[in-house]
Design a protein around this ligand. Structure first.
Ligand SMILES: [Zn+2]
Length: 502
């Protein structure tokens, strides 16, 4: 009988019942759980060097309730050493999410974005929510031991995790995780109470190393501050509405041709753009994306779920196969050793491509890409190894129509060693994380000035006049002429003064 009714009508009736049920009972009680501490970007391979031990301060807060799917997450800290960011995301499942901007900037509302699973993963930052979830879903439990250890498989996870619960809160969480450039390793979260006054000590250990340490605090919000957390303030400008399909955490590849034989593949992962050049010997590609694991989520989930370490690059290669039938991939240029840019290189090795990387990190990448603990992928099925060729200075891949140069940018604020890709005949340059500009911005952004002023000076010195610069994280195209204006800007002059004092 139900089948006679369209799905939207059923959903409407169900949601009406849900709203009614909530109206009839008590309003949900929201709690704020905060972590203030430091995170090892070097371990996450987002530091300036590939090694572990580069800790940077972070602050994470999650507001959630036992009785509501709504979650608010705010984070403060660095995702890279050269860039600090502060952001707040309000999840209103099933299909709304809002980025909260402070001050006069309007909020961004993504409508018809499917965010239920992401909201649940964010809630798990709070150990109380983990305990509640397990209690509410006895079907997830595999076994319970006498000493309070519970073996559980969360939906969508490949791994069985072990959780210990005391007084309705998780105190430890053990799981395996598959990490780019590391393979399968053990991750452990521990929440240790140190007495009321100081709150709890929280640590995350991966593969035996502490990668996150923080103090936690918890408070119950009043009904008024809870509603403020989820509703835009009355005096704020109206939010900008964005179609839900633009929300990150998805693969939506599309090919944009810049000119004959030169392309950008956009949204290999939302906001990640890749460079593709056709030569007589095959395609030259810049950067090999990996499945990305967000470590604050429990269990860690890929931003592109289900694709694993090599899966995202394997999909990218299949996409190229569809667009360029019969063309092999000649080489992949890894711009730098950060896991999101080089962690998928095994897929390119399996496709027979030669791998180039900056000399400073090529040894590390050679080892990291061939670790024994890597989960099964196309490369393991082929029985081959990934071979990484170091590039120092400039290296040219010859071609009659489109020679391609891998160009070293040297040590910079983003990472110790880095390559860009230059087409001397077309005067096109592709650069990754060091430069994500506004199109006609007169000067770099304040929070990125260190990197952007570095790049502007480098571009003026190393690229010919008339070169168009494309980058890995925006659709903007800039010119060397604009970079020259930037170097002369007040912000970059201040930046030069600061760096010469060091
Ligand atoms: Zn990077």
């Amino acid at each position: 009988m139900v089948r006679k009714y369209p799905l939207f009508l059923i959903l409407f009736v169900l949601s009406a019942i849900a709203v009614h049920a909530q109206d009839a009972g008590e309003p949900p009680v929201f709690e704020e759980f905060c972590l203030k501490g430091e995170f090892d970007l070097g371990w996450r391979l987002q530091g300036t060097k590939p090694e572990a031990g580069e800790f940077y301060p972070t602050e994470w807060c999650v507001i959630s309730s036992k009785d509501s799917p709504n979650v608010r997450f705010s984070g403060k800290g660095r995702s890279n050493p050269d860039m600090e960011s502060t952001f707040t995301v309000v999840y209103l499942p099933p299909n709304m999410v809002r980025i909260v901007n402070e001050g006069p900037q309007p909020d961004l509302e993504f409508r018809e974005a499917i965010v239920g699973a992401e909201a649940i993963a964010v809630r798990r930052l709070d150990p109380k929510r983990i305990a509640e979830e397990i209690e509410a879903n006895p079907g997830w439990v595999i076994s319970k031991s006498g000493n309070g250890m519970i073996e559980v498989r969360f939906p969508g996870s490949r791994f069985v995790s072990t959780v210990s619960i005391v007084d309705s809160s998780a105190i430890s969480f053990y799981t395996d995780v598959d990490l780019p450039l590391r393979g399968r390793v053990r991750a452990v979260w521990e929440w240790k109470t140190e007495g009321e006054e100081y709150g709890a000590r929280v640590t995350m250990t991966v593969d035996g190393m502490v990668v996150y340490r923080a103090k936690s605090t918890r408070r119950v919000l009043s009904a008024e501050s809870a509603s403020k957390a989820f509703e835009p303030a009355a005096d704020e400008p109206e939010a900008v509405s964005i179609p839900g399909k633009a929300w990150p955490a998805r693969v939506a590849m599309n090919l944009k041709t810049i000119e004959k034989g030169v392309h950008i593949v956009r949204n290999v992962r939302t906001g990640f753009h890749h460079f593709v050049v056709e030569t007589n010997e095959g395609l030259v590609v810049a950067d090999a994306p990996a499945g990305w694991v967000e470590l604050h989520q429990l269990p860690p989930s890929d931003l592109v779920p289900g694709l694993g370490i090599s899966g995202l690059s394997e999909r990218f290669i299949d996409f190229l196969g569809g667009h360029f039938p019969g063309k092999r991939i000649r080489s992949v240029i890894l711009t730098h050793a950060h896991d999101d840019h080089s962690g998928g290189a095994r897929a390119f090795a399996a496709a027979g491509a030669k791998i180039y990387a900056p000399k400073g990190s090529s040894g590390f990448l050679q080892t990291a890409l061939n670790r024994k603990e890597m989960p099964a992928d196309r490369l393991s099925a082929s029985g081959r190894k990934a071979e990484v060729t170091p590039v120092e200075g400039r290296f040219t891949m010859t071609d009659a129509a489109r020679p391609v140069e891998a160009v070293s940018l040297g040590p910079n604020p983003h990472v110790d060693s880095m390559l860009g890709v230059f087409l001397p005949k077309q005067k096109i340059f592709f650069v990754s994380d060091i430069h994500v500009p506004g199109s006609d911005a007169p000067a770099p952004e304040a929070n990125r000035a260190v990197s952007e002023c570095f790049f502007a000076s480098w571009a003026v010195e190393n690229l010919p006049v008339g070169t168009r610069i494309f980058n890995s994280h925006s659709s903007q195209v800039t010119t060397v002429e604009l970079m020259k204006k930037w170097t002369e800007s007040e912000r970059c002059s201040e930046q030069r003064a600061v760096s010469s004092e060091r």
